[in-house]
Design a protein around this ligand. Structure first.
Ligand code: LLP
Length: 430
């Protein structure tokens, strides 16, 4: 194998970047269940989540928002992790949902999220989706275009009811994050520019079925610094004071997590505290739509080494998980740490390699020049921080069934979604 210089990224202690995962006697555990046991029982690749990790992170944010009492509410961004069992866990913890499609509304109802805790965001709501959400009696529509205000009025009229809306303002702020997940710049497709915002206010006043009660904002995702948030909140407050009857500010999601060491992102407590400090003396109800920060560090994707290949200038480790299972590295160049399930396997040799998946795409690359301990045919690893935008973005590309999902609670685990079979791949074509 070529001797190569490793990259500088460090992941060796899972407890630094993950919630609910640690080594015990050299074996990687999720809570009190060994990941090797899950891999043996269910095969690989498999997503594994820590239930108490999710509970812990949600409570941390809730606790830090406590000074706002019932004026603050969490509306979990369903797109980050859409499994109904995870949603139902979050419901029991008191969270509502931020949805962006009729499909997410369906999932939220199956998870028994109270409709009056569901906000509907998204730039392209269809008439049918709006209609279903009105029938369900959701809390709020976050409106993103003038024609959407008109459409909402028409659909509400058909149902002989009124709808509460918030206008999603685009504050023209750089979230200093990856361009694919930056949403608050004026040329982005999201939200209403200042001119559109005021036109929407005037329009709402004239339309009989529209009740403009809120202003919302979401400037992007994986934001590690609190300053862009504060800049957006300042603008929200200025607007809220100029528009009549505003009771609710939906400040979106976006708080980042640490995919690798050293720690860079503001913690949940810093974020919560900043919200409280900013809004405590204001009269508004504050909705927060976190996704990644609640579930990202609480999940891993367990995958097995299939082959080790040698090139003149690099070694290549081929895993059985690919970009169809975890898209983030290919789409955003994101780094997910890799942790061997056995940290002290006898005879393990550390080899610097590019870690890739089996998909027929060069972008199917998880990590470059990564030192990887290899100990034989059962070399299995956990790709870290895969609890958010992992399974929810997985596809069947290359006709691969999506992996199962497992939820661990202390020394018990349960399959919350089974592995897709070959029949699942072709079912809609038969
Ligand atoms: N609210 C709205 C209106 C959103 O568009 C999003 C995410 C959130 C809340 C939740 O943001 P979070 O707290 O999770 O950052 N697939 C990308 C992330 C896309 C985020 C899209 N919107 C990724 O894997 O990084």
């Amino acid at each position: 194998m070529p001797k190569l210089k490793p990259d500088v990224k460090r992941f060796d202690d899972p407890s630094k970047t993950l919630d609910g995962f640690s080594y015990r006697r050299g074996e990687l555990y999720c809570e009190s269940v060994s990941l090797s046991e899950i891999a043996r029982e269910l095969g690989t690749p498999v997503y594994v989540y820590s239930q108490n990790g999710i509970i812990n992170r949600t409570r941390r944010l809730q606790k830090s928002l406590e000074p706002l009492e019932d004026r603050a509410g969490i509306r979990f961004a369903v797109k980050a992790s859409s499994n109904i069992h995870i949603l139902s866990l979050l419901t029991k913890l008191g969270c509502g949902a931020d949805i962006v499609s009729g499909g997410e509304l369906f999932r939220a109802s199956l998870a028994q999220i109270p409709p009056d805790k569901i906000v509907f965001s998204g730039v392209g709501k269809t008439e049918e989706e709006i209609s279903r959400a009105i029938v369900a009696g959701i809390e709020l529509f976050n409106v993103e275009s003038l024609s959407e205000v008109e459409l909402l009025n028409v659909v509400a009229q058909k149902h002989n009811t009124n709808v509460d809306i918030a206008l999603r303002f685009n504050p023209n702020i750089s979230a200093q994050t990856h361009r694919h997940i930056s949403t608050g710049l004026k040329n982005s497709k999201f939200g209403l520019t200042s001119d559109e915002f005021w036109a929407a206010v005037t329009m709402s006043e004239k339309l009989p079925r529209i009740k403009l009660i809120g202003i919302s904002c979401h400037i992007g995702s994986q934001i590690t610094d609190l300053r862009p948030f504060r800049r957006a909140w300042e603008q929200l407050l200025i607007l809220a004071k100029k528009v009549k009857h505003i009771t609710t500010l939906d400040i979106g999601g976006g708080l980042g997590i640490d995919y690798q060491c050293p720690i860079e992102s503001a913690a949940l407590e810093d974020y919560g505290k900043a919200i409280v400090t900013f809004f405590k003396s204001e009269p508004y109800k504050i909705l927060v739509e976190p996704g990644r920060s609640l579930v990202g560090p609480t999940g891993v994707l367990v995958s097995k080494l299939l082959h080790l290949k040698k090139r003149t200038n690099r070694n290549i480790a081929v895993l059985d998980a690919g970009m169809n299972d975890l898209l983030r590295p290919a789409l955003y160049g994101a780094t997910h740490g890799i942790f061997p399930l056995r940290s002290r396997a006898p005879g393990a040799k550390s080899i610097v390699c590019d870690v890739v998946g089996p998909i027929c795409e060069s972008a199917d690359l998880f990590l470059k020049s990564q030192p990887l301990p290899i100990w034989g045919s059962d070399s299995i690893y956990a790709l870290g921080c895969a609890g958010a935008y992992g399974m929810s973005m997985a596809s069947q590309y290359n006709s691969r069934g999506r992996p199962p999902e497992v939820l661990v609670d202390r020394d018990q685990y349960r399959v919350i979604r089974r592995r897709e079979t070959n029949l699942d791949l072709v079912n809609h074509e038969l």
